[in-house]
Design a protein around this ligand. Structure first.
Ligand code: NAD
Ligand code: WQD
Length: 338
């Protein structure tokens, strides 16, 4: 079966391509290389011994999207990762985010609705919950007013898919990721942030290598056990596997509703200081850090209730924080040697 993976050369997309190929799917990657490199194709191929088809294409170009689908009429499903994802950048340049994350989605759905049947997996985010009232967060927790244009594109994206699925042959699964970290254990693919990393784990691993002087911990006066924010860090390989399971659920028509939503997390919350301790444990070195003011827009705590993913989807995160951190550290060291 032929599956299109948009953003398939990115962090989560590339790991998902590996898992799809491992399960016998034929993969066509669509990516405009705005936040990735064509080298990733080689990384994927070195793991699976199969070279995925790659087409460089900017999904904001409607006519190109139409041409692409004319050429690939035998598509069984689409996993849609392609998006811009920097929260801070989205505040300064909202139209870039609305154009990329919304237009591209609409163009894709416009083509998919012409197929006799289509399965669609969407990369959503725990950001839709904002600061949820109850922990752990269940899928029926209310979606809160978005705190950034980026977050808003995920909420609007979910709504566009729900409205479209009601009146078309498209079935969809919305996957709300918590905090994806780590890399493939082979260290052939991983996360490659451009410039100064905004996310905690790549900042830690770059600091560990001496590329950054020290980590700034954003606040230690939150109402948590040690005062630092709590998140649910999930190994990207576990996350990737969930996409294959979700896709098969749609292809096998096991879905109970036209659009289903699942949290993808571990169910365990870790504080920033616990994440630092994990790095120190797996790397055997001290991490230089200082406590600074809170970062604007940060929520105190977010971790997933994974019952629905475990019991309905039939997926469970297997890796611990230390295992995910170890893979991130191995990747960081390898990538800097190249
Ligand atoms: P990423 O930036 O590594 O991957 C996205 C890929 O999409 C990149 O390779 C980029 O070049 C490509 N792309 C972007 N715009 C495109 C366009 N117009 N046409 C074609 N390709 C385009 O990001 P990621 O971390 O792998 O995230 C994947 C998805 O998961 C995104 O939708 C993101 O919003 C979502 N998500 C990510 C996180 C996270 O923390 N990483 C958390 C929740 C949700
Ligand atoms: C984690 C924790 C920081 C960097 C973001 C997006 C969210 C989702 C995942 C896509 C927080 C602290 C961080 C640093 C620090 N992405 N931190 N020093 O903020 O949970 O979520 O990525 O959908 O939408 O907002 O992830 O990795 O940035 O931060 O102390 O240099 O680490 O305050 O508590 P976050 P993060």
């Amino acid at each position: 079966m032929k599956i299109v993976v948009t953003g398939g050369l990115g962090f989560i997309g590339s790991h998902t391509v590996v898992e799809l190929q491992n399960q016998g799917f034929e993969v066509v990657i669509v990516d405009d290389l705005s936040n990735s490199s064509e080298e990733v194709v080689n990384g994927i191929t070195s793991i699976t011994n199969q070279k995925p088809v790659f087409e460089k294409l900017d999904l904001r170009e409607k006519s190109k999207v139409q041409e692409f689908f004319k050429k690939h009429q035998d598509i069984s499903g689409v996993i849609h990762f392609a998006a811009s994802k920097a929260v801070g950048e989205s505040v300064g340049n909202p139209l870039l985010y609305y154009e990329n994350n919304i237009n591209a989605l609409v163009y894709l759905l416009q083509e998919l609705k012409e197929l006799p049947e289509a399965s669609f997996i969407f990369s959503s985010s725990c950001t839709v919950y904002g600061q949820a009232e109850k922990m752990p967060i269940t899928e029926d927790a209310p979606v809160q007013a978005a705190m950034s244009p980026y977050g808003n594109t995920k909420q609007i994206g979910e709504e566009i898919i729900i409205d479209t699925a009601k009146v078309t042959n498209i079935s969809a699964i919305l996957l709300r990721y918590f905090n994806p970290i780590g890399a493939h254990p082979s260290a052939a693919i991983g996360e490659l942030p451009l410039g100064v990393p905004q996310n905690l784990v790549p900042f830690i691993t770059q600091t560990g290598l001496g590329l950054r002087k020290e980590l700034s911990v954003y606040g230690d006066d939150y109402p948590t056990t040690d005062g630092t924010c709590v998140r649910d860090y999930i190994h990207v390989v576990d996350l990737a596997k969930a996409h294959v399971i979700a896709l098969k659920r749609l292809l096998d028509k096991k879905n109970l509703e036209k659009v289903e939503t699942f949290n993808l997390g571990t169910g365990t919350g870790s504080s920033v200081l616990e994440v630092i301790q994990s790095f120190e444990k797996v790397s055997g070195q001290k991490l230089p850090y200082k406590i600074v003011d809170r970062r604007e827009g940060d929520i105190t705590s977010a971790y997933a209730n994974t019952d629905k993913a475990n019991n309905v989807l039939g997926w469970k995160a297997e890796s611990t924080l230390d295992e995910a951190m170890e893979s991130a550290w191995k990747w960081e060291q390898k990538v800097r040697q190249q």
